[in-house]
Design a protein. Structure first.
Lengths: 575, 89
């Protein structure tokens, strides 16, 4: 039995065999062949297999993410059957007696480079597809597994260095019991995915997990952030017991999750969901969400090769907003740049992308990107409770400029004869320290605030949350962050504006008593956290929370605050 | 060799889905088909070559075909471009 510590990223206990997700690079050897006919036959077989795989990928992506996103696999099929490409490869094999792997690799690579060199975002992004499809075909030629994900056939705990969205799209979620990764923090893709799925995860566990073998027995303790390899029978029994209690508590919390979150002394707060696509609507409603505090609009822009049209956006926003009826749905406008990149949006590389042209800054500089989204939102908000929220606002000027563009869109739409939302609430994310500091003035030009603790912490502590070495410093539990949050709430309330929080922190049970005590009005979190959060809020009094928050604000460190809350509010300990 | 000239109105140009549809349509005919844009010529049945033309919205393209079904091929491709590749915007 051996234990490794990491960052707890998603609650619960998982017990099962390890599935080591290892993405190996393919190695292409170059050699001469004597039988070009046989060599060509190998290519035809590999191509046929690749075709089948692309068809499957198309179907799967179509079911998961819609036809638009799936379309890319059809384009890849056309590339694989491209007569020019095939002729060039054929010449290399028949005339130069090159082995098929090197012939295909070189030809595809030369096309990829040609496409890359074209100064057009759509076309240069296709270089990726040429490489992707050729490497898929090369893997088939070499007999290496297509994606490590394909080998997952029994319920397992996924062990990986780190996982990208493209890795995880292929994982059969029914077989994923939990995640542990060597890299990443509590806001890494793996962590967010695990919370979205409601399964345990431990991330940032370091290189020690590279020694875990496929099939080895593992326990993931997502509450404590511990990975246990080959647990002994006594430990295993204890983990099984805790796992049972956890699921029982979860069942209890879920049973009454549709009731409001009211403290023992009668103070009600709003508990809403963070969602990232149309499919998230039902999950959020089932979990007891009283609306959507954060609708990430990025889903419309990812996994595709061109910008979504206004009409497409309108349809999706309307579907989501209508599903919640009178309940609020807060649409956050495009938040890319920084660590989030979209291949077909030309974003020149920056030395400091987190401090560069991202989110609202990018949108304000590209009306062709921004206006279709605003127009779609204004149209979609007619007859429901859709609200708009802007990310990465640093100054009052940012808000004024954004409002100008919004009014321009509204006027245009009216002239064009569309029904538009006349009074749509406008809010901003508070994620830059300057915005927190200027909250009094900002609250005069917006209708609400939503605090984004992930970015607010990293900017306040000057610690990159994607850098494992400093990520722990960028904790939302730093007293500095809580003090900023208090300042924001105290500045907004006198102006009659409400304050929400949509960072990962809103769903963290340890943080809830403090946030409640500071006067937070709205808690927006991933749907699986909602039943627990509501249960916790129902079990404490506002008065107690206020006292606890007051003391916490005067503690010195992240860990002092955590310990203090654990002691003062025992209800936060689950499982 | 019969030829036609057309203008791309689709907002992404002759890329992405429009390019796929264009190539798939051309592939239905046995004739040799070429498409030219600003002095570069590509095999209309080759997606990779068509993409490298970089024909954006508003681009003028010339399509030439040679073979038994050349007339039909040109007609079909012209119709596809006129129909905005079958996509509403």
């Amino acid at each position: 039995m051996k234990s490794i510590s990491g960052i707890p990223a998603s609650y619960g206990i998982a017990i099962g065999p390890a599935f080591v997700f290892d993405r190996t690079e393919i190695v292409i050897e170059t050699y001469s062949i004597n039988d070009p006919v046989a060599e060509w036959k190998r290519f035809e077989e590999a191509r046929e297999k690749t075709h089948q795989q692309l068809d499957e990928a198309y179907q799967k992506t179509k079911n998961d993410c819609g036809e638009e996103a799936a379309e890319i696999f059809n384009a890849q099929k056309l590339m694989l059957e491209d007569p020019e490409l095939i002729n060039l490869v054929k010449t290399r094999v028949e005339k130069d007696l090159a082995n098929i792997e090197s012939a295909l690799y070189e030809t595809a690579e030369s096309y990829a480079q040609q496409l890359e060199a074209i100064n057009d975002e759509y076309i240069s992004a296709r270089a990726l597809d040429v490489r992707d499809v050729s490497s898929r075909c090369l893997r088939n030629l070499l007999g290496t597994t297509d994606s490590p994900a394909a080998a997952l056939r029994t319920p397992s705990i996924i062990v990986a260095k780190d996982l990208t969205p493209s890795d995880t799209v292929l994982l059969n979620k029914d077989f994923v019991l939990g995640f542990c990764t060597a890299e990443g923090g509590s806001t890494s893709h793996t962590a967010i995915l695990a919370r979205g799925l409601g399964i345990p995860a431990v991330v940032g566990a370091g290189t020690d997990i590279e020694n875990i073998q496929n099939g080895e027995d593992l326990v993931i303790d997502g509450d404590a952030g511990v990975i246990v390899i080959n647990p002994d029978p006594v430990a295993l029994k204890e983990f099984s017991r805790r796992q049972e209690i956890f699921y029982q508590l979860r069942a209890e919390a879920e049973a009454i999750t549709h009731q409001p979150a009211v403290t023992t002394d009668g103070h009600q707060v709003e508990v809403v969901a963070n969602i990232g696509n149309v499919e998230g609507v039902q999950t959020a409603l089932d979990a007891g969400a009283e609306g959507v505090g954060l609708l990430r609009s990025e889903f419309l822009y990812l996994e595709r090769s061109s910008l979504p049209t206004e009409e497409e956006q309108y349809q999706k926003y309307k579907t989501i907003a209508d599903a919640f009826g009178d309940k609020p749905v807060i649409l956050r406008t495009l938040d890319v740049g920084g660590d989030k990149d979209i291949p077909y949006i030309d974003m020149p590389p920056e030395t400091n992308p987190f401090l560069g042209v991202r989110a609202i800054r990018l949108c304000l500089s590209r009306p062709e990107l921004f206006k279709p989204q605003l127009r779609a939102a204004l149209r979609a908000g007619y007859g429901n409770n859709l609200k708009l929220m802007f990310p990465m606002v640093a100054t009052v000027d940012d808000v004024l400029k954004t409002r100008e563009v919004l009014e321009e869109c509204r006027d245009e739409l009216k002239k064009e004869g569309y029904d538009v939302a006349e009074e749509m609430d406008i809010g901003i994310m508070i994620e830059i320290p300057s915005a927190a500091i200027m909250a009094d003035q900002l609250s005069e030009v917006v209708d609400f605030f939503s605090i984004g603790t992930n970015d607010l912490s990293q900017y306040t502590l000057a610690a990159d949350r994607t850098n494992a070495q400093v990520a722990p410093i960028a904790s939302g539990f730093q007293p500095a962050v809580f003090r900023l949050i208090k300042g924001v709430i105290d500045a907004a309330h006198p102006n009659g504006k409400w304050v929400g929080l949509c960072g990962e922190m809103a769903g963290e049970l340890l943080a809830i008593p403090i946030l409640l005590g500071l006067g937070l009005d709205e808690f927006s979190m991933n749907p699986p956290a909602i039943p627990f959060a509501k249960q916790l809020i129902r079990s404490i009094s506002l008065e107690h929370a206020q006292r606890v928050a007051q003391t916490a604000l005067n503690l010195r460190s992240d860990s002092e605050i955590r310990e203090y809350i654990q002691k003062m509010v025992p209800e936060v300990n689950i499982g | 060799m019969p030829e036609i000239t057309a203008i791309i109105y689709h907002k992404v140009g002759l890329h992405a889905r429009p390019a796929s549809k264009f190539v798939q349509t051309a592939a239905k005919y046995s004739s040799d088909i070429e498409v030219t844009h600003s002095e570069t010529t590509a095999n209309a049945k080759s997606i990779l070559s068509v993409l490298t033309l970089g024909a954006n919205k508003g681009a003028e393209i010339t399509i030439k075909a040679e073979g038994e079904d050349a007339e039909q091929a040109l007609k079909a491709l012209e119709q596809l471009v006129l129909d905005n590749f079958g996509e509403d915007e």
